[in-house]
Design a protein around this ligand. Structure first.
Ligand code: 5GP
Ligand code: ZN
Length: 103
């Protein structure tokens, strides 16, 4: 998706503070953090939202990435969040999971 902000960060066409990457997933710091630690975990494949067909194929990889980051950074007091659709507060149409931690 040429016009997608998160695809551009994934492809390193735009700067992103990337904290984790594997074959399927990229994680980078949210530009407007709403917690001490606020990371967005995204599939490399462009899928619009949790409601999209096939989203279930990538969700496990997002959660595994979150587990790895939490363990690696000894993060504490964490929450995982998906905003789904405009009414649910989703403003970027590339599926992403928020990892929010108190430290
Ligand atoms: P949503 O509301 O769609 O679930 O979350 C989108 C998130 O992307 C927001 O928390 C917002 O702060 C973040 N965001 C928007 N633009 C950028 C950007 O250019 N870079 C980064 N790293 N985060 C962004
Ligand atoms: Zn995209």
């Amino acid at each position: 998706m040429e016009s997608c902000l998160f695809c551009k960060i994934i492809n390193k066409e735009l700067p992103g503070d990337i904290v984790f990457e594997d074959g399927n997933v990229v994680a980078f710091k949210d530009i407007h953090p709403k917690a001490a630690v606020h990371i967005l975990i995204v599939p490399k494949e462009h899928i619009e939202s949790i409601s999209s067909e096939n989203s279930e194929n990538v969700i496990g990889g997002l959660i595994l990435a979150a587990k790895n980051i939490i363990k690696r950074d000894n993060a504490r007091g964490c929450k995982l969040l998906f905003n789904i659709g405009r009414d649910g507060g989703q403003v970027i149409d590339h599926l992403h999971m928020h990892l929010l931690c108190q430290s």
